[in-house]
Design a binder for this molecule. Sequence first.
Ligand code: NAI
Length: 327
Amino acid sequence: MSRVMSVRASSNAPKVALLGASGGIGQPLGLLLKKNPNIAKLALYDLVGTPGVAADLSHIDTPAQVSAHTGPAELVSALEGADIVVIPAGVPRKPGMTRDDLFNTNAGIVRDLAEAAAKTCPKAFLAIITNPVNSTVPIACEVYKNNDITDLKRIFGVTTLDVVRAQAFVAEKKGLDVNKTTVPVIGGHAGVTIIPLLSQVKPSVKFTDEEIKALTERIQEAGTEVVKAKAGAGSATLSMALAGARFVENLLNALKGQKVVQCSYVKSDVIKGIDYFSTPIEIGQNGVEKIHGTGPLSSYEQSLVEKSVPELKASIEKGVKFIRVHD
Ligand code: NAI
């Protein structure tokens, strides 16, 4: 049964549905979303554990009204009226695995959740955290197309953790104020497809070639660094929750009418030959309004983009094929 707990929500404020809410990311992300005063309703959906997580979060004295939805029979009630749907549902990596190794399990999960969202709240923003993001975003887009939704401007792959990591590592290395350090990260969200633009760091800072190579590789492999350190207990959850909450905060601001710019992996024709790519994008009330492009790239960054294209192309095709074959 879906249960609604904790009242005092303001009536016109947005509803956020969190799918995969009992997981390693879902729980701390739920906490951060519950803390967000701009959220009126927070629907927690998972196959297990949602009543406990919802009861716990509902005791926090912030406005969001928390509801628990458990199992497929309660998915529609979680999604009804949602303005933003956030998806961290699915299995995480263990040491030795690539994100693509998760495809077999996670592709079907994202397909089914996207199908329900397309039918129940087609105008909601869909923020996909589930890996492999390079394939799960094309999967969701294909599902939407099958539901006659041709406007795919509300479907986002969350790559914010790559930006968060890049900003943390660059600020630490160069002794910058991390609160004022920005680093765009473009491409996709796996290994060599993660492309930090160190030539576009703000405030402007000089790196040696060795520093650029070492920082780039650390940012690309940062997820694996956490997977190894957790030694079989999963992948990044706390930093991902922060990144997810930051991404949702920007979507909430966009819904309020502000123009926000952030990096996200979306349908894009910025790079010839591939249909999805992350660059800074401008988001408004109806989703992606403008794709900013990569900006001027150093020759090293240009070579990273070229190197990412075959892998992105393969991951995109794999996602598209998964839906077309299963139609
Ligand atoms: P987890 O295993 O701790 O939690 C996943 C949750 O999803 C579990 O509670 C599980 O019951 C639930 N779930 C499974 N199938 C479901 C379904 N059909 N419907 C609803 N819920 C379902 O995993 P964790 O650590 O939370 O990671 C989740 C995903 O996020 C993984 O795919 C991981 O690779 C990805 N991830 C993405 C990052 C990014 O930057 N985009 C960063 C870190 C992780």
